[in-house]
Design a protein around this ligand. Structure first.
Ligand SMILES: NC(=O)c1ccc[n+]([C@@H]2O[C@H](COP(=O)([O-])OP(=O)(O)OC[C@H]3O[C@@H](n4cnc5c(N)ncnc54)[C@H](OP(=O)(O)O)[C@@H]3O)[C@@H](O)[C@H]2O)c1
Length: 289
């Protein structure tokens, strides 16, 4: 039976959205932490925390997520995305179940149909490689863990693409945005709700469902079209959005040109209904305005 749930990275986008839902789940005792309270790279501290608080379940939202900066801060990126995951797995596996969050950047983007959990990974960036190694270590040390790969995460909290575009659109007459990268935005509030529904489902069915799962909102789009919708829903009319190619917008880290995720497995296993990305974007914009 799950009672005490440790949320790591609680001040990040996903962690903050989980925090908004705690009151709806009085059957659980949520213990939110971020790097100030519990640095996951400190294995001794993690071990003591898990024991002292009798943790039954860990939702690991902590990560190094600065994709371009990671190309320079390689060691620090691996410390958080790989070594900290190993720490969690090694100290907690016998005491708690682990739900770990990963990324679409474990794929190279050469696919033309939505990625399934069984598809070959081939990360192209330091961030993607570090996240993939975190997955591998978790599966090796604690094979009963759940790994949820998500994509293009945004929320009303923290820094993300939606908030950046809203700010820039108010400052500039036009924006050039890449149109040849396809994926699906994910409202972190939806993912947070999905994670808690999954935990409730496991409690109800008295079973745990280990493995890798894909979760994003429904549908697909490009960064260009995503930006058009952000401005439309925010009713910002004074800024023109121009489509450009990836080649016209060089970044330090390579991104997958296609990273749409197939969500069949997570929907079927946990009986989840996944909102369309445009509907969720509207909700987030409403919250921001
Ligand atoms: N953002 C995206 O577009 C995206 C896309 C796909 C997958 N994901 C994955 O989704 C998950 C959640 O992402 P997010 O956007 O919510 O991330 P986020 O906003 O960057 O939050 C991550 C949190 O983890 C904290 N953290 C960093 N190092 C830590 C450590 N050593 N110990 C404890 N906490 C630490 C960060 O603190 P500081 O801010 O102080 O560093 C931050 O509060 C991550 O696993 C990420 O890889 C994200």
């Amino acid at each position: 039976m799950i009672k005490n749930i440790l949320i790591t990275g609680a001040k990040g986008q996903l962690g903050s959205e989980l925090g908004r839902l705690y009151a709806q789940y009085p059957e659980f005792n949520f213990i939110p932490t971020d790097i100030d309270e519990l640095d996951l790279t400190d294995k001794t501290a993690v071990s003591a925390f898990v024991s002292d608080n009798q943790i039954d379940c860990i939702v690991n939202c902590a990560a190094y997520t600065a994709v371009d900066r990671a190309e320079d801060e390689i060691e620090w990126c691996y410390k958080i995305n790989r070594d900290a995951v190993r720490n969690l797995a090694e100290v907690a596996c016998e005491k708690a179940v682990i739900i770990h969050i990963s990324t679409d950047y474990v794929f190279d983007g050469k696919a033309t149909t939505p990625y399934k959990e069984t598809d070959q990974t081939h990360p192209q960036s330091v961030y993607g490689k570090s996240k993939r190694e975190g997955e591998e270590i978790l599966q090796l040390v604690c094979p009963q863990s759940i790994i949820i790969r998500t994509a293009w995460l945004y929320s009303a909290f923290g820094n993300n693409f939606v908030k950046t575009m809203l700010r820039l659109a108010k400052e500039r007459p036009e924006l050039n945005v890449v149109y040849d990268q396809k994926g699906t935005p994910t409202y972190a509030a939806d993912l947070a709700q999905a994670i808690l529904s999954m935990i409730v489902f496991t409690e109800k069915t008295n079973r745990w469902y280990p493995g890798v799962y894909h979760y994003s909102n429904e549908g697909q789009t490009s960064w260009f079209h995503f930006t058009e919708k952000i401005l439309q829903f925010a009713e910002i009319n004074g800024c023109q959005v121009n489509p450009i190619t990836t080649g016209q917008y060089p970044t330090k880290a390579a991104r997958p040109v296609y990273s749409v995720l197939d969500k069949t497995k997570i929907k079927k296993t946990f009986q989840l209904i996944v909102p369309e990305w445009e509907d969720s974007l509207k909700k987030c914009i409403l919250k921001l305005s």
